[in-house]
Design a protein around this ligand. Structure first.
Ligand code: FAD
Ligand code: NAI
Length: 468
């Protein structure tokens, strides 16, 4: 069998980054991927295609609304959905091609097929056709990611009842779209189709949208989406979907606690109720790699599984299912295998919802600080008081910074607003350095920028904001 130091199973953001980091540390590296292209969920059917459609649909929406106010009269914009989807596909192709290039550059050996682990130190690759190959490897990294969770009794066909994958490739704009689950996927992909003309109705089990996000942020954001035409049925669950004679869907909705049934008619239903770790076909039970109660591969602080020489990272282990979390674990595990001190700071992982406006956050939410009994103070600043935001017609939203009363140390930050996903990083950096709100308040910010609102929120925690 071919001999490697490190073999990575799965080439999503976790796996491909681990491979690319391990090679220059002097390791002989192989990767095993069952899909035709590298990049995993994120590059093929996740982050990248969704952001291509979010960008294009946002401009389409703006062309129909705010362009006039800016003195640009282009008439009513006409949708060329085929071209918009082609742009998305080209974006994906360019990105996955980039991973091929990086593998070649780093002399990483690529195996195509399903990887399984017959024993520690060995990986079996079973291609779609042809004989399986066995690889010997000192270390094995499981980076097999996650797949959409399904709703019992509801069969996904990826045409009419879709997961995020089908929702990225609808051939026509559905007149009526029902989204099941008011999480990140439901709100991002719901936004895409709402902007292109769908009437979007969201059914959410909990009494709020975006669980886990700061609840004040979520409440405000829900109102913004309602202004965009979203309709929400909170504390509700879908009990089944029937097909009407004309082919449309009859979505049956009940109160979460049970009770009278209502019906929502729709052309397409998007099931977005979360994702689950994917370990099928790896043969983990045979080799003895333990899973936790939620089916995730159990690891210690060094990404070691219960079997010596087998590691796991990314969506398949605990923690937020985010591409940058997977990537950073990829770097850390490669360094650990090479004898270095790889580490991820889980207290400072940003998360971004790429809607309009965007939501970005890092660190603790106000709800968490309350629950933990921490004495905190809140600095806030609205974009309505920011000059650049006015010029850009982007005055929706605010910056909220949470800091420790005794030490002034920043514990969390939440931004709703245009480009929030870019702006959050100065707060991530600040938290990485255990910075205080005053550090941020005394840092000069260029004028006029949206980021001045971040500084003003920090100023409001001390001597006071200037522009409000
Ligand atoms: P994955 O990306 O899931 O990759 C796993 C890879 O392993 C796949 O290529 C799979 O084919 C392969 N594989 C599985 N089993 C085997 C096997 N036995 N043998 C060989 N190969 C195997 N995150 C963000 O941070 N930002 C976003 O904007 C964002 N947008 C998203 C949008 C959507 C619609 C979705 C669905 C997800 C989004 N995510 C986003 C989440 C992000 O995609 C994941 O967190 C990330 O892809 C996890 O990376 P990973 O490497 O752990 O696994
Ligand atoms: P999610 O966990 O964000 O949201 C799922 C929602 O569905 C929750 O609000 C939950 O309460 C609700 N729900 C669960 N069961 C339900 C039911 N039976 N009926 C009605 N509602 C129900 O999961 P989502 O949106 O599917 O995304 C999966 C993961 O992908 C996320 O956890 C996120 O980490 C990642 N992702 C990240 C993105 C980003 O960073 N911008 C974009 C898209 C996905």
């Amino acid at each position: 069998a071919d001999q490697f130091d490190v073999t990575v199973i799965g080439t999503g953001p976790g796996g491909y980054v681990a491979a690319i980091r391990a090679a220059p540390l002097g390791k002989k590296v192989a990767v095993v991927e069952k899909w035709a292209t590298h990049g995993g969920t994120c590059l093929n059917i996740g982050c990248i295609p969704s952001k291509a459609l979010l960008h294009a649909s946002e401009l389409f929406e703006e062309a129909g609304h705010s362009f006039k106010q800016l003195g640009i009269d282009v008439g009513a914009p006409k949708l060329d959905l085929k071209q918009m989807l082609a742009h998305k596909d080209e974006t994906v192709a360019a990105n996955v091609g980039g991973v091929d290039y990086l593998f070649k550059k780093n002399k990483i050996t690529v195996y195509r097929g399903i990887g399984s682990i017959p024993a520690a130190g060995r990986v079996l690759v079973t291609p779609q056709s042809g004989a399986p190959t066995e690889i010997a490897s000192k270390a094995i990294i499981i980076a097999t990611g996650s797949v959409s969770a399904n709703l019992p009794g509801i069969e996904v066909d990826e045409k009419q009842i879709v997961t995020s994958t089908g929702a990225l490739s609808l051939e026509t704009v559905p007149e009526r779209l029902v989204v099941i689950g008011a999480g990140v996927i439901g709100l991002e992909l719901g936004s895409v189709w709402a902007r292109l003309g769908s009437k979007v109705t969201v059914v959410e089990y909990l009494d709020r949208i975006l669980p886990g996000m700061d609840s004040e942020v979520a409440r405000n954001f829900q109102r913004m989406l309602q202004k965009q035409g979203f309709e929400f049925h909170l504390s509700s669950k879908v009990s089944g979907i029937d097909k009407a004679e004309d082919g449309s869907l009859i979505v049956k909705v009940e109160p979460a606690q049970g009770g009278g049934q209502a019906v929502i008619e729709a052309d397409v239903a998007l099931v977005a109720i979360g994702r689950k770790p994917y370990t099928e076909g790896l043969g983990l039970d045979l080799v003895g790699v333990a899973l936790d109660e939620r089916g995730r591969v159990r690891v210690d602080a060094h990404y070691k599984t219960s079997v010596e020489g087998i590691y796991a990272i990314g969506d398949v282990i605990a923690g937020p299912m985010l591409a940058h979390k997977a990537e950073d674990e990829g770097i850390a595990v490669a360094e650990i295998i090479a004898g270095q001190a790889g580490h991820v700071n889980y207290g400072a992982i940003p998360s971004v919802v790429y809607t309009n406006p965007e939501i970005a956050s890092v660190g603790k939410t106000e709800d968490e600080l309350k629950a933990e009994g921490i004495d905190y103070k809140i600095g806030k600043f609205p974009f309505t008081a920011n000059g650049r935001a006015k010029a850009m017609l982007a005055t929706q939203g605010f910056v909220k910074i949470l800091a420790d009363v005794a030490t002034d140390r920043v514990l969390g930050a939440h931004i709703v607003g245009k480009n929030a996903g870019e702006m959050i990083h100065e707060l991530v950096t600040l938290m990485e350095f255990s910075g205080a709100a005053e550090d941020l308040a005394r840092t000069t910010h260029a004028h006029p920028t949206l980021s001045e609102a971040v500084r003003e929120a920090a100023l409001s925690l001390g001597d006071g904001a200037i522009h409000i």
